[in-house]
Design a protein around this ligand. Structure first.
Ligand code: LMR
Length: 397
């Protein structure tokens, strides 16, 4: 039977890991997958995580299942982190959390929930968006449409076109928004623009699904949650998918959370029961270790202080790299062309490099990035910056 099966291309992002590893050029640079790297090019285990793991090793008493929604204590911590500890949504008991295997797992739960309970809904995604969004909804059998987000000609956020496209969204459709650190572009909505989106959601009756994969990597933990909290407080229903991959550096532990906000407590319980069914059919229970780490950190004042400091260091390093990158491109006459990199937020930048330029950077200089021109800013360091800027200058000639 297998003789009929065709080979398909590798994932546009994860496929870069293998290609990079196989490259023997000592000058190679990996700006592909969205993983934080320190000044030495390592993806460190945070001290808060290491210490929490040591405590867990001593304290853990069972490996029994944790249930379809995961650990309730973890869920409470994530609700506070995402919605705010004083959130009126939590006060009204109209939000629930389900621990999931990564932000991707949370998105898949959301997609399956939409397919099962809102069968007429289409999901609107930004143009461009993280390519896996499209794969997840396709796999779940949920149709997608797209709305304008980045103006390719000027490489900038095109908010007017975004609003115009969202006028076409039918009541009951779902609109996927990136809470902060838009992946792939790095262009985020301002507070004023989030307010306009909230007005439009109220007016049109669409359901926001907010992907919150980078809380703490943009402006800060609280600031990055502005849009999420605004929509959750103003609208009766919102879906949020959060990830602990980046802000706790727990990538391979696979830890994410699906947060469902309903109009009232009773409806929230109905929704929650449906999410349990979806989780059960997917993987039954989430893995426990990542959630136990986060709970241990957030229940210790000392570990929380370490974590906040480490998160701040990661965010600040990325911000500094953005400015250093633009400054290093100035002598090449490219300061203006790439000036937007200093304005974008989070790990990623849309550089405006064409797929052909990206191919040349890979083939001639062993510099790896997504073909859309997206780079992981955290993949740059002081040693690689001059070589990177020279190579970009060559392919831009
Ligand atoms: C990325 O966009 O590089 C990250 O979100 C990792 C992934 O799974 O694609």
């Amino acid at each position: 039977m297998f003789e009929q099966i065709e080979r398909v291309p590798g994932d546009p992002i994860l496929g870069l890991i293998d290609a990079f590893n196989q490259d023997v050029n000592p000058s190679k640079i990996d700006l592909g997958v969205g993983v934080y790297r320190d000044a030495q090019g390592h993806t460190p285990i945070l001290r808060a995580v290491k210490e929490a793991e040591a405590l867990l090793l001593a304290r853990e008493t069972t490996k029994s299942y944790i249930g379809s929604h995961g650990d309730p204590q973890y869920g409470q911590h994530l609700l506070s982190l995402v919605l705010g500890s004083q959130s009126p949504v939590l006060e009204a008991k109209r939000a629930c959390a389900t621990q999931a295997p990564g932000g991707t797992g949370a998105l898949r739960l959301a997609a399956d929930f939409i397919h099962k309970t809102l069968p007429q809904a289409k999901v609107w995604v930004s143009r461009p968006t993280w390519p896996n969004h499209l794969s997840i909804f396709e796999a779940a059998g949920v149709p997608t449409r797209d709305y304008a987000y980045v103006d390719a000609a000027t490489n900038s956020l095109d908010f007017e076109s975004m609003l115009a496209d969202l006028q076409e969204v039918a009541a009951g459709d779902v609109v996927l928004l990136h809470a902060c650190c838009h992946n792939p572009s790095g262009f985020d909505l301002s507070e004023h623009q989030w307010q306009k989106i909230a007005d439009l959601a109220e007016d049109k009756g669409f359901l926001p699904l907010i992907d919150f994969a980078y809380q703490g990597f943009g402006l800060g933990l609280e600031e990055d949650a502005y849009g999420v909290r605004l929509l959750a407080e103003r609208l009766p229903e919102v879906i949020i998918t959060s990830s602990c991959s980046k802000n706790f550096g727990l990538y391979r532990e696979r830890l994410g959370t699906l947060i469902m906000v309903a109009a009232n407590h009773d409806q929230m319980q109905n929704v929650k029961s449906q999410v349990a069914v979806v989780a059960r059919a997917n993987y039954s229970n989430p893995p426990a270790h990542g959630g136990a780490i986060v709970t241990t950190i957030l229940e210790s004042t000392e570990l929380t202080a370490y974590w906040l400091q480490e998160l701040d260091e990661m965010r600040t390093r990325i911000l500094d790299l953005r400015h250093a990158f633009v400054n290093a491109l100035k002598p090449q006459g490219l300061g203006d062309k790439f000036a937007c990199i200093a304005e974008q937020k989070g790990m990623f930048s849309y550089t405006g490099l064409t797929p052909e330029q990206v191919d040349r950077l890979r083939d001639e200089y062993s510099i790896y990035m997504v073909r859309s021109g997206r780079i992981n800013i955290a993949g740059i360091n002081d040693q690689t910056l001059p070589y990177l800027c020279q190579a970009i200058a060559k392919v831009c000639q």
